[in-house]
Design a protein around this ligand. Sequence first.
Ligand SMILES: Nc1ncnc2c1ncn2[C@@H]1O[C@H](COP(=O)(O)OP(=O)(O)OP(=O)(O)O)[C@@H](O)[C@H]1O
Ligand SMILES: [Mg+2]
Length: 723
Amino acid sequence: MSTSNQSPLENEDIRMHNNRYEAPVENSGPKESVMSESFNLKNVLQKLQNEKNYADLNWSGSFDEYLDIVRKTPEVTRNSFQRMYDMIMAAGTREYIDFKKPIIHYNFFDDPLEDGADAVFGMDIPMMKLVNVLRSAAAGYGTEKRVILLHGPVGSAKSTVCRMLKKGLEDYSRKEEGALYTFEWIDEEASGILGPEMTSFRSPMNEEPLLLIPDEMRESFLSEINKGLDGDFRVNIKGELSPPCRFIFNQFLEKYNGDVTKVLQHVKVRRMVISEQDRVGLGTFQPKDEKNQDSTELTGDINYRKIAQYGSDSDPRAFNFDGEFCVANRGMIEFVEVLKLDVAFLYDLLGASQEHRIKPKKFAQTHIDEVIIGHTNEPEYKRLQNNEFMEALRDRTVKIDIPYITRLNYETQIYKKDFNVKKVRGVSIAPHTIEMAAMWAILTRLEVPKKANLTRLQKLKLYNGKTLPGYTEDNVRELRKESKREGMEGISARYIQDKISNALVNAQNSNRGSVNPFMVLNELEGGLKNHSLISNDDRKKEYRELLGVVKQEYEEVIKGEVQRAISADESALQRLCGNYIDNVKAYTQKERVRNAFTGKDEEPDERLMRSIEEKIEIPESRKDDFRREIMNYIGALSIDGKKFDYKSNERLHKALELKLFEDQKDTIKLSTLVSSATDRDTQEKIEIVKSRLIKDFGYDEISATDVLNYVSSIFARGDTKNP
Ligand SMILES: Nc1ncnc2c1ncn2[C@@H]1O[C@H](COP(=O)(O)OP(=O)(O)OP(=O)(O)O)[C@@H](O)[C@H]1O
Ligand SMILES: [Mg+2]
């Protein structure tokens, strides 16, 4: 089975990347007493490092110096798709096989930058699709001309993925391997070319300096610069200068009678740091009240104050290139709920993706280089399915489905990230609480299996990597295949997060020290009444029934744990096992057994053997086989000089535990727990069981008592069916 069950955050390589990405932080440092000393040292070091970093990030130089940089590290000229792709790859990958399918996990989406704060789980397949689109766009195969549309149900981590990409770009641009550059014009004489009395003029869209190379010179320039390059990266120049830079360029060109070298002496190249806060290289467009939004928000607007200064409303220097498309140049623009966009913006969006151009009001088109990612939720997408807007968009988008998770382990990880001992104070969370909430969420997302004898719960377990008799990995793949829309509907992680929070707050308010699955399941049920997204009554009923399924499963789990805690008496198990093996040996060899107590030889104790075997459903007709198997196994071990240990045989182990439980539960009189009048002897035994629950199953005092009470009430009901 895959290694994916394990939390990716526990993975060694990722930790390594953490270190690479992050400035040293306090929490890994030594404890209080020595802290101040080592802290100072750390601070000093960090400061020195920051200073160097500061100098690097604020580098500026001549155009020629920039060309030297390009010669040494041509990757500084990567376009936005290439840079984003490399950024993702730089965090490393891990490969594994999932139900016979090779999968690549991109560590980038573990959010190593923020210690996993935005990490997404179980999204490897959608993320592989996304990375493939970026890879082909980076190679210039055509997807660079598309809007990337993340599509999925409400709360499937679409925004989270965008947030990670943005954060990633900010961070990558600050690193040496992610460095990129832009330029400004300098005119010491203030000749008026940059504007009245102006000595400098920044590229308003943070353009790549190589765009300054005129068209007719590009070919020879590129062949020259690419000549000696190792590796497979080649410098390329796509697009042209923005209108104001073009204007300024031409003015200088005129001044110097066509001498480009002289024009370029007015150029100061500088390092560019992508930052959402500073509105550099990252843009976000969010549909608002339609009347108040017009296309200038995307493409920029005339600056009336500057018109007075420049004397003309068609002077490109009087234009504010501060629309989201302009701001996002060199990086990425995110269209939140892109399908809610007014049709008026559609053409801007389509031009921006297809042609890499935007058309500001009254100005020539201007080139942009940015990754365009939109997201939309499934209900919205469905609503617009046959709409003209969609018609136009469909061809020009690559849609990537971001469904809900359908694997229990991953869903559980989402909640463990928010609700763990470190974050939740004052209230403990009983074992299985989070898992049961996650289980319900997954159940609501699964399609009912077509196979009549397979329940949704069983399907969930199969998906989660559990084996069921009669089901192979191929069968599980088929199950997945037949459920086309799985993960596109159901309960969102957000709903579960909210309800777990509620349960915690309620417990805090009522001074109860622990939250258990029942409390959370009740919250989940209560919230269904006014869940805004499920208006359908049948659906609500179905979800309620699934809560019942989860409760039942939970009872089975805790019954099993209490049983195991009761029968976890190692020496008693050892004795029982020895007894069983002696009898089986005598039985298979048709001998008699010596009764240690009476010293007499007796017939093998058939009743004892059967009472154990029945616990794991070995029928009478199969008992000979089972006994022979065990003896063969023991025989083989002894040839190797090894001793038999019941723990190495899972089935026998379970059978012995169940038998021991049956023998002991009456002596412990668990059922008397419900009535509080227990004698001292029983109380002592109960304490032992409780301590085992705490030691072996992760309970604390409150939750262990809760569970014992609950399980004993089940036994008191007489419902002692084996799990
Ligand atoms: N696969 C996942 N891994 C980790 N967290 C997840 C996953 N899916 C959902 N979440 C959690 O669910 C919450 C909602 O995520 P987010 O806001 O990114 O969803 P969305 O798809 O943008 O939703 P909407 O459609 O409502 O805009 C977040 O708290 C996120 O951490
Ligand atoms: Mg969102």
